[in-house]
Design a protein around this ligand. Structure first.
Ligand code: PLP
Length: 364
């Protein structure tokens, strides 16, 4: 591949002295579970995401699962999720014993369509779980308004939205609780698995902190049946380094997105639509075309790496065959899965390479 989809090695090399020093600091400290690095990252991440509290956990899926558990959502409850999302959003809901109830996206933004949410609410609905897909904020105000009127909680899946802004304010505490992944490929990525929740609700933050650590505040005293899902101090130390460059790297992502928008304006691809209230994190740059498979094959031949986010919607996965949702019951999710293509995107992607990619696409 001449131009990879994402070059994580290049990201490490750019910060090698700082990351190596941070890792050594943890190794030398002799402190390998929770402790000062995790607490320092939690404070820095809360401040960055304009939230009162952050609690580090082991990964993004656990952040979602623990958020649901902290809100006492479980068997018999329904949670409204996007039909068009990464399967982790649904797996968190079914993982706590509740039922994911899918709602179709606004095809312009690919995010959950607030106008379709109320029709999906039943007496068993407990929460709305919007996803800020591709780093584009979901339209939160109508979602929060519906939640308020129906007395529902709002859990945000912000795994792709580090630093994104909705109406000027960073994603981090619009809803009751916001769930983050620091999977290596995310905008703020660790060197392994990591995740967090942010919230303005002190009691919710305390509950997640308890649940992630065996339900224990005091060693060998277990207040509830928690899990082991702690943020690793080595990853916390790495994340603290990467947080110092997150805004600068976001600026480079914006430049890549702008170069794609300009270079592809004259093609018949559907380009990302950015509502005027949104400042996306540009986790992914996703174009749409009915000729997706042909375009992807031609780019592969030309040495350009692309990915599909996501090729099979959750309701069509074998994992959810038991729900009995017909493929055609969610036609928008199904159609997007057949048409979307993610072009190379990342802070280490050279703008000259972006121009090469857009020229290749114009010539196919
Ligand atoms: C990455 C991701 C997750 C899960 O995060 P992990 O850290 O891999 O568990 C959840 N939701 C969305 C939308 C994601 O992109």
């Amino acid at each position: 591949m001449m131009i990879p989809f994402l070059d994580l090695g290049a990201a490490y090399r750019e910060l090698k002295p700082e990351i190596d020093a941070a890792v050594s600091r943890v190794l030398e400290s002799g402190w390998y579970i929770l402790g000062p690095e995790v607490e320092a990252f939690e404070a820095e991440w809360a401040a960055y995401s304009e939230a009162g509290h952050a609690v580090g956990v082991a990964n993004g899926l656990d952040a979602l699962r623990l958020a649901l558990r902290a809100l006492d959502i479980g068997p018999g409850d329904e949670v409204i999720v996007p039909s068009n999302t990464y399967i982790a959003t649904w797996l968190a809901v079914s993982g706590v014993g509740a039922s994911p109830v899918p709602v179709e996206p606004d095809p312009a933004t690919h995010n959950i369509d607030p106008a379709r949410i109320e029709a999906a609410i039943t007496p068993r609905t407990r929460a709305l779980l919007p996803v800020h897909l591709y780093g584009q904020p979901a339209d939160l105000d109508p979602i929060l308004d519906i939640a308020c009127r129906h007395k529902l909680r709002v859990i945000e899946d912000a795994a792709q939205a580090h630093g994104a802004r909705y109406k000027g304010r960073r994603i981090g505490a619009h809803g009751d609780i916001v769930c983050w992944s620091f999977y290596p490929g995310k905008n703020l990525g660790a060197l392994g698995d990591a995740g967090a929740i942010t919230t303005n609700d002190h009691a919710l933050a305390e509950r997640v902190a308890l649940l992630r650590n065996y339900g224990s505040r005091k060693k060998y005293v277990n207040e509830e049946a928690g899990v082991n899902s702690r943020l690793d101090p080595l990853q916390a130390a790495v994340l603290r380094v990467k947080l110092t460059v997150l805004d600068a790297w976001a600026e480079r992502r914006r430049a890549v997105a702008a170069a794609y928008a300009e270079g592809l304006a004259a093609t018949d691809l559907t380009l990302p639509h950015v509502p005027d209230w949104a400042e996306p994190a540009w986790h992914l740059y996703v174009v749409r075309t009915p000729g997706r498979d042909v375009l992807q094959a031609r780019l592969t031949e030309a040495g350009i790496g692309t990915l599909i986010h996501y090729p099979i919607p959750p309701h069509m996965q074998a994992a959810y065959a038991g729900l009995g949702i017909a493929p055609e019951a969610l036609p928008l999710a199904r159609q997007l899965a057949g048409e979307v293509l993610s072009l190379p995107m990342g802070p280490q992607l050279d703008l000259g390479d972006v121009h090469h990619i857009t020229a290749q696409i114009r010539n196919t």
